[in-house]
Design a binder for this molecule. Structure first.
Ligand SMILES: CC(C)(COP(=O)(O)OP(=O)(O)OC[C@H]1O[C@@H](n2cnc3c(N)ncnc32)[C@H](O)[C@@H]1OP(=O)(O)O)[C@@H](O)C(=O)NCCC(=O)NCCS
Length: 424
């Protein structure tokens, strides 16, 4: 937790895209002040599994942060915000378009208040262009960034992927931008505005699909298991094709349950060993030398037959057995791991990627661990904060407010939701 220990972040982010970024920065040691609307990040109450407790949606994305509630729609709340800006190195937000401007704090004003501060913004589509005014959630970004049109099978509907590439993927992009801008600010004394649009982040993650898009102007795509031809325009959905220079597919195993599959990459270098292992069991001892499959070009042309043969072999083995057989042959492969498999996996536990935590409202729970391992700065994961748990502490320690000032701000409503007007 040493890497960013001298970095303080004013974190106005909510839902998933922003919090996933600030959680990573907190795990690298930054002091992340989660600056919340007095009602709290909406995810605290979404998809609740324990009554009146912060939901897992919230707890899993907001570890190692301190929470302060501030009502930005009061002059006193806006003053607290201004004071915090002067004490922070980074401010970050992922509000809908125009929210900060409506608060009266566009980037120019924030920069004038603290010229060193770096500001990070996530928007669905960025601040310019015809889509700039639109809100976005994960699957909207997957739809519009190219992921959905290339996921699924050609004669089925487009599919979203379970990996949250629109939200968490964009959070990763923002973390990289913030660290680069912070590095520059420490050198020059000048902060800058870092913007990541979810649609742009998804396009970045679909880069190889745009490789294929351009290849289609010159000819069909020989590695695809589905038909392609020159001039077809859009890259088609191609099921579980590897999408790379090596052939790959998900192969069903014993006993045939929904996750009894192994993803197998028939790397050029391993074909002979693989063919010598599966051929004899299939009554094809000469498979390695069969001209239909001898070269990568032939295997591409006849790949559906390759999957058929491997599939027959696989049906006699469980995914774990098949993994062991293939690893012995140096064949790159991976069983399809369910969330249940992963939650009990020895490798995952050993790498601290499924971490048990305690929480005053919900008791024991688990979080996915820190995927970036810094040798001299390992993450120590701590539970997420309760709503406003650190309001007084931050006002005292970070801003140096005394008890009388804090009490006056409280009675002016700086930290609470506006009182609802009584119904007539
Ligand atoms: C995610 C999203 C669709 C949610 O939309 P939403 O629930 O309508 O929330 P918005 O961000 O648009 O607005 C937040 C509101 O809370 C208010 N608010 C937030 N913090 C506040 C505070 N501390 N004090 C007072 N009001 C506050 C804002 O003023 C705003 O109200 P307004 O519209 O009256 O100005 C939207 O925030 C968005 O498009 N974000 C950018 C893309 C993104 O990150 N999407 C992925 C989320 S995982």
């Amino acid at each position: 937790m040493e890497a960013l220990k001298d970095v303080r972040i004013l974190d106005m982010t909510h839902v998933q895209a922003g919090p996933t970024c600030s959680q990573l920065l907190a795990w690298m040691g930054a002091d992340v002040i989660k600056f919340e609307n007095p009602q709290g990040d909406a995810t605290r109450g979404q998809l609740r599994d324990v009554p009146n407790a912060d939901s897992l949606y919230f707890t899993m994305l907001n570890c190692n942060k301190r929470s302060i509630t501030v009502n930005m729609k009061t002059p006193e709340g806006a003053q607290v915000f201004t004071d915090l800006l002067k004490k922070c190195d980074i401010i970050m937000e992922n509000f809908g378009p125009g929210v900060l401007d409506r608060f009266g704090f566009p980037w120019e004003k924030i920069h004038a208040i603290n010229p060193r501060i770096v500001m990070g913004s996530i928007k669905g589509f960025g601040s310019t262009g015809p889509y700039a005014d639109f809100k976005a959630y994960e699957n909207v970004a997957q739809a519009m960034g190219g992921a959905m049109s290339t996921t699924g099978v050609p004669d089925g509907p487009p599919f979203v992927t379970g990996a949250q590439i629109g939200d968490s993927g964009t959070g990763l992009h923002l973390a990289i931008g913030l660290l680069a801008a912070l590095h520059q600010a420490r050198r020059t004394g000048q902060g800058q505005y870092v913007e990541v649009a979810m649609m742009d982040g998804v396009m970045n993650l679909c880069r190889v699909k745009f490789r294929d898009h351009q290849r289609l102007t010159r000819g069909g795509l020989s590695e695809f298991s589905v038909p392609t031809h020159q001039g077809m325009g859009a890259v088609p959905r191609a099921g579980n094709d590897s999408g790379g220079g090596q052939l790959g597919n998900a192969i069903r195993c014993k006993p045939g349950g929904p996750n009894d599959f192994v993803y197998i990459v028939v790397q050029e270098a391993v074909w002979e060993a693989l063919a010598n292992r599966i051929g004899p069991e299939l009554g094809m001892p000469g498979l390695a030398k069969d001209p239909l499959f001898a070269t990568i070009g032939e295997r591409r042309k006849n790949q559906n037959a390759v999957w058929e043969m491997i599939g027959q072999f696989a049906l006699k083995h469980t995914k774990r057995e098949l993994m062991a057989i293939l690893n012995e042959l140096d064949v790159p492969c991976g069983p399809i791991m369910s969330t249940e498999d992963l939650a009990h996996d020895e490798h995952v536990r050993g790498r601290e990627m499924w971490v048990e935590l305690d929480h005053p409202q919900r008791g024991k729970w688990f979080n996915v661990g820190m995927p970036i391992k810094l040798s001299a700065s390992p993450a120590v994961i701590e539970r997420s904060p309760l709503l406003g748990e650190h309001t007084d502490e931050i006002l005292r320690e970070v801003l140096g407010y005394d008890a009388a000032k804090i009490a006056a701000l409280k009675s002016a409503g700086a930290f609470s939701a506006p009182k609802k007007a009584k119904a007539a």
